[in-house]
Design a protein. Structure first.
Length: 557
């Protein structure tokens, strides 16, 4: 693949150098770096600079507390999952104990502003770089998109932030005040429009993975949905919901993306026409299998790490095969036979006790001890605390199947090429359904929910829901359809329901099997979770407050 977005091509080797000495033996261009002048006189070098800026995007790689990438950790920092290794300092978030001094690697303020500074440098230089105009325009569009995405990341976490659109230099006034959330939304929305006007609808195969017009439009849809939500739309201003609806409909009207109708699990492992924008990785640049998605999501008895384990809270969100909630007395759900006749997405997304996982030939050691490739989370099973690789066992007794490619042996082979989904059509359907609901078009909202549910294999249409019941169903569909995609953490905050969803224990299950093979399911607390009113936003780091005198978010001293 010609595209090397995932390679840190440039500023590990590029240093910006200004030489002012007279011509002598020392006055030579360096052989191991590029001067500022050379970078901005060569489109190839300018593109290398732009390539590095793609690292502001989330990635499927498990990067051990890389402060620009919290993809998987966002699940363990909400009611979706549990991480026993405290990756990205989620324990502090879950304890409601965040302060300006202790958020640590969960905080993205400084690294994200570093990307914004480099985006500003690029955008201040690119117009004067000689070369092909179409190439230059594409790069300008890409970096405009990346800067807008960086600001979107910031306002999700902190609310209104300083808007900086020109590069700092030594003479700059670094004490830029915070803009309001609404001002930030307007700026990001406008910049996404600019990017969409500069970018192609789809990139060529040679530029696969680069930003597109559709990507900019999709991120705008999510941005405006957030802005219309209760966290920021306290008066329920219908104009904001209309903007969110219009942005989602604009993506739908492109009519180039379609809900994937093949095997549901393949949406997350195989390129398909539901995917609007993804961040690519390539196994060629990974040091071994241990960076792979399969390794850190798989059960311990398969020699995986079970790093981000689904909670019982998430499992209970999946309904039954006929589309009913498990709390519905008519659903037939039995907590002592919990994995029977569930939503088809449950079987595609979750590894539960008794579920076959991977190809038998990959796990001969399980067969050698009289077991199979069916997960054994029951006490004493191979995937239990008493089984194999016990330091990696899932405390909740579930692992994620979603995003895992089970066609190769992750114990011996480096993972296949992977992507992290930033936008896909199902999310836009859900965005549109939610906006239409608040605009009073409940029938339209139901029709889009039914499209998603029917694709998943639920053939029974939704009943004529309305009001709070329909609102809850929209939220439930997002929780199920978009699990492990980085949405739930922000959804419960923008809906202003985190004080309920995050202020209760994270649950798992303990399964015991008697001598007759009869299993008993005991639903137990895995972790106490606490959510305080100020936790709807993260605190701005103390050193940033001290340096710039910014106003801190409410509730943080």
């Amino acid at each position: 693949m010609k595209n090397k977005l995932f390679v840190l091509i440039c500023f590990s080797v590029i240093s910006i150098v200004h030489l002012s000495c007279s011509k002598n033996v020392l006055d030579k261009a360096p052989l191991d770096s590029y001067t500022d002048e050379s970078v901005w006189n060569d489109l190839k070098l300018a593109e290398a600079f732009a390539n590095n800026l793609y690292n502001v995007l989330p990635t499927a790689m498990h990067q051990w507390d890389n402060t620009t990438n919290r993809t998987w950790a966002l699940s363990s920092a909400c009611d979706e999952a549990y991480n026993k290794f405290n990756d990205y300092n989620a324990v502090t978030i879950n304890a409601g104990a965040a302060t300006p001094d202790n958020v640590g690697v969960f905080d993205i303020w400084a690294p994200t502003y570093a990307f914004i500074q480099n985006c500003n440098i690029f955008l201040s230089k690119i117009d004067n770089v000689p070369g092909d105009e179409a190439w230059r325009t594409r790069l300008k569009g890409e970096v405009t998109f990346l800067r807008a995405y960086a600001y979107f990341k910031l306002i999700r976490d902190y609310g209104g932030v300083p808007l900086i659109s020109t590069p700092f230099d030594l003479n700059s006034d670094f004490k830029v005040g915070r803009s309001s959330y609404e001002q930030c939304v307007d700026f990001i929305s406008e910049q996404l429009d600019v990017a969409a006007g500069l970018l192609p609808l789809a990139q060529s195969s040679a530029n696969s993975g680069r930003a597109t017009k559709a990507a900019a439009m999709a991120v705008k849809s999510t941005l405006l949905l957030y802005a219309a939500s209760p966290q920021w739309n306290t008066t329920n201003d219908m104009a904001k919901w209309q903007k969110a609806s219009d942005a989602a409909k604009a993506v739908l009207d492109l009519d180039v993306f379609h809900l994937y109708e093949g095997n549901y699990a393949d949406i997350f492992t195989t390129p398909n026409d539901e995917l609007i924008f993804t961040r690519l990785t390539n196994k060629q640049y990974m040091w071994d299998a241990f960076v792979g998605v399969e390794m850190f999501l798989s059960p311990s008895g398969f020699h995986g790490w079970a790093s981000f384990a689904p909670s019982q809270n998430l499992v209970d969100a999946f309904g039954t095969s006929d589309g009913k909630d498990i709390t519905d007395p008519a659903s037939g759900y039995d907590p002592q036979h919990p994995y029977i006749k569930r939503d088809p997405r449950f079987y595609a997304d979750i590894v539960y006790d008794g579920r076959p996982y991977g190809q038998p030939s990959f796990f001969e050691d399980r067969y050698n001890v009289g077991s199979t490739n069916a997960a054994e989370f029951f006490e004493g099973g191979l995937d239990s605390p008493q089984g194999w690789d016990t330091w990696n066992n899932s405390v909740t007794r579930y692992t994620f199947r979603k995003y895992c490619d089970t066609t190769f042996n992750f114990n011996t082979e480096t993972q296949t090429n992977k992507f992290w989904i930033i936008s896909r059509l199902a999310e836009i359907y859900l965005n549109y359904a939610e906006a239409q609901f608040y605009l009073g078009h409940e029938d339209v909202a139901i029709s889009y929910l039914d499209l998603i549910r029917k694709r998943a294999g639920i053939t029974t249409p939704l009943p004529a829901l309305s009001g709070t019941a329909l609102e809850n169903k929209i939220r439930n569909e997002r929780q199920v359809e978009l699990c492990l995609e980085g949405h739930r953490y922000y959804d419960v905050r923008r809906w202003k329901i985190a004080d309920a969803t995050e202020n209760r224990p994270l649950m798992g299950v303990v399964i015991t099997k008697d001598n007759n093979g009869i299993k008993t399911y005991d639903y137990t607390k895995v972790q106490t979770r606490i959510f305080n009113p100020q936790n709807y936003l993260l605190p701005i780091p103390r050193d940033e407050i001290n340096r710039s005198s910014l106003e801190q978010n409410p509730g943080y001293n």
